[in-house]
Design a protein around this ligand. Structure first.
Ligand SMILES: [Zn+2]
Length: 152
């Protein structure tokens, strides 16, 4: 590694234009911003590709109906809180934002379940797995009937 004396650095700073001066703060700062930006852009592109691979067809109307059908968090029953769209089968496991795969979840359940497989998670949290699956089945049937596209 080449070390540059302080004196040399001072000289470089005072004589070289910023664009080619390797010691310039502006150049260093600019490089940092650029690398940060490209890392974020790469993550965004990756997410976009992942999202594009799956079909997401949940409409706002369907989401409203899902929330109404469950009447609260699908897992713990909390009703006095903001509900988030939770993918029963996580996106990372191939799940989609569709009528059958979305249930309303409170922030706490959603964060806790994360990408975990739902029945295993329910058991671990000592939530009523059987009741959930039964309820999900009923809600799903009702919603499927409600949003069935008429055969023409
Ligand atoms: Zn909950």
């Amino acid at each position: 590694m080449i070390t540059v004396s302080h004196a040399c650095r001072m000289t470089a700073n005072s004589h070289m234009p910023d664009e080619i001066n390797p010691w310039s703060r502006r150049v260093t700062y600019g490089w940092r911003v650029a690398s940060n930006r490209s890392r974020r852009a790469r993550a965004a592109r990756k997410r976009k590709r992942r999202m594009a691979r799956v079909e997401h067809d949940l409409s706002d109307q369907q989401w409203t109906a899902i929330k109404a059908a469950w009447g609260g968090c699908a897992y713990c029953g909390a009703a006095d809180t903001a509900l988030q769209r939770d993918c029963l089968l996580a996106l990372s496991r191939g799940g989609r934002y569709t009528l059958e795969n979305i249930v309303p979840a409170c922030r706490s359940c959603n964060a806790s379940k994360c990408n975990e497989e739902v029945t295993g998670w329910l058991r671990r949290k000592r939530l009523d797995e059987k009741a959930f699956l039964l309820r999900h089945y009923e809600v799903n049937n009702a919603l499927a009937a409600e949003f069935a596209t008429p055969v023409q």
